[in-house]
Design a protein around this ligand. Structure first.
Ligand code: NAD
Length: 495
């Protein structure tokens, strides 16, 4: 059985805890590896190594840092397929989707290649006579990232490229469900010329996370995962004096107005609802049908579901893969039981679709006439279950979205620019799509939700990522006019 270890000090490092966790191939249901789970002492050792690497890394010239980042960028680019294969093997998503994940992560590495420009400060000449004031951006020190199972390559790239570019040493604690891409990244960083200790991987579970949150030498924590853990991370790490950005779960709505192009909206609902088996933080899980569009829209979505090909992620014919674990698949299926539905109607029941073998597969489901207060609406299901809510007016739709405790992504489908503009003004969510179902911002903006989808005030990556991983220092300096100097500086006035 393959043993997955940590990466500390530029080398694969075994754990000392003796605790492990199984890693599965979700398409077959078979265990393929065992991942070591760090003890608090393992985490401490990684922090020690990172701390000793920090002084040299923060002093490394920007041009040299950029050179390493460009080389890392090229290595990730030429290993897209290898990274995607590791994702598919442990997460289950189809290979084309995994390649998309790598591409969206790579954008962030490309953004951070511009680090000499990104770390420019401000300068005010002659703030007072002979006085200049300027600001400089300096790294924080050792920072940590804790990432979820659903994007084992992209979310780490959201964090580590900017953190390292800014001069920090970064410790990644990936999800124990799909730990392998993190180790390939470690090797690629090393090949790119990153000094040992600047990037480390500590595999683990709650024990490693809790040590990160309280470790006195970790200055900042970036977290992406479910809302209860995001809240725990935010509250605990801030109590220990750390800078924290903790992105949580989601319930993303797609509002469809009566004038929308129904065929386009149905295509978007199917790809955004069932892509990656609904295991995306930006997946659409609630379609809000306004007025008389509902019947046409439900019929158009239902018509498309049978042609979604479900199968192993490494089969090029598959469009949707399995769920990540057996327990998660069973939990998602439980939302199709009567008690969870609160009187809603199942139009397509994914439980009816049968699959050969022991993979964690579940068919795509469509549930109509869902209401707030039912579990199928109130919970983040994180699986291929699309709920349709019928409302009479645009105002009802906005009220519904704004009353939801989550505020990650939201989309509106309409042909009316004025309606779309009013929606972006009124809706309470961090990322808004206009005829775009999954509005993940490009790397030169920043990613983050509102309400229970984000704890902290800084969004991830892009300009806010640079802000998060640096602290500013303002220097006020006075240099008297050389003409008043008593020393001969070569000015005629001094003679
Ligand atoms: P999760 O919260 O279970 O795990 C996330 C990380 O926290 C993992 O590294 C895990 O090891 C660790 N963890 C789990 N339980 C813990 C505990 N009790 N104490 C300390 N650490 C713990 O999330 P997941 O199931 O891996 O990922 C899916 C969730 O992540 C969904 O809720 C999804 O919406 C969310 N997500 C959000 C975003 C976003 O940008 N807002 C992006 C991706 C995923």
């Amino acid at each position: 059985m393959k043993q997955i270890a940590h990466w500390v000090g530029g080398a694969s490092t075994p754990a000392t805890s003796g605790r492990t966790s199984p890693v599965y191939n979700p398409a077959t249901g078979a265990q393929t590896a065992t991942v070591e789970l760090a003890s608090a002492a393992d985490l401490d050792a990684a922090v020690e190594t990172a701390l000793s690497a920090f002084p040299e890394w923060r002093a490394t010239p920007l041009s040299r840092r950029a050179e390493i980042l460009f080389r890392f960028r090229d290595l990730v680019d030429s290993h897209r397929d290898d990274i995607a294969s590791l994702i598919t093997a442990e997460h289950g998503k189809v290979h084309s989707d995994a390649l998309g994940e790598v591409a969206r992560g790579l954008e962030n590495v490309e953004f951070s290649c511009g680090v000499p420009n990104l770390l420019k400060g401000g300068f005010s000449e002659q703030a007072s006579t002979g006085v200049d004031v300027y600001s400089i951006l300096q790294p924080l020190g050792v920072v940590a990232g804790i990432t979820p199972f659903n994007f084992p390559a992209m979310v780490p790239m959201w964090m580590f490229s900017n953190a390292i570019a800014c001069g920090n040493c970064f410790i990644l604690k990936p999800s124990e469900k799909d730990p392998s891409p993190s180790l390939l990244f470690a090797e690629l960083w090393q090949r790119a010329g990153l000094p040992a200790g600047v990037f480390s991987v500590v595999q683990g579970d709650r024990e490693a996370v809790d040590r990160i949150l309280e470790h006195p030498d970790i200055s900042a924590v970036s977290f992406v995962g479910s809302t209860p853990i995001a809240r725990h991370v935010y509250e605990t790490a801030t109590r220990h004096g750390k800078r924290v950005q903790a992105l949580g779960g989601a319930k993303n709505h797609m509002v469809v107005l009566p004038d929308a192009d129904v065929e386009m909206a149905a295509d978007a609902a199917v790809s955004a609802g069932y892509g990656s088996a609904g295991e995306r933080c930006m997946a659409v899980s609630a379609v809000v049908a306004v007025g008389d569009v509902a019947d046409r829209l439900v019929a158009a979505i239902a018509k498309r579901i049978p042609s979604v090909t479900i199968g192993p992620g490494d089969d090029p014919a598959s469009q949707m893969g399995p769920l990540v674990t057996r327990e998660h698949r069973d939990r998602v299926a439980s939302y199709l039981e009567d008690a969870a539905l609160g009187g809603a109607e199942i139009v397509v029941d994914g439980r009816r679709q049968t699959f050969e073998g022991d993979g964690f597969f579940l068919g795509a489901s469509l549930v109509d006439s869902v209401r707030p207060g039912s579990r199928v609406y109130d919970d983040e299901i994180f699986g291929p279950v699309l709920a349709v809510l019928r409302v009479a007016t645009y105002e009802d739709a906005v009220r519904l979205v704004n009353d939801n405790p989550y505020g990650n992504g939201v989309a509106i489908f309409t042909r009316d620019g004025g309606a779309a503009r009013r929606f972006q003004f009124e809706v309470q969510a961090g990322m808004v799509g206009v005829n775009v179902p999954i509005p993940v911002p490009v790397a030169y903006y920043s990613f983050g939700g509102w309400k229970s989808s984000l704890f902290g005030d800084t969004h991830m990556y892009g300009p806010e990522g640079i802000h998060f991983y640096t602290r500013s220092k303002v220097v006020t300096s006075r240099w008297p006019d050389p003409s008043t100097s008593t020393i001969d500086l070569g000015f005629p006035q001094n003679r």
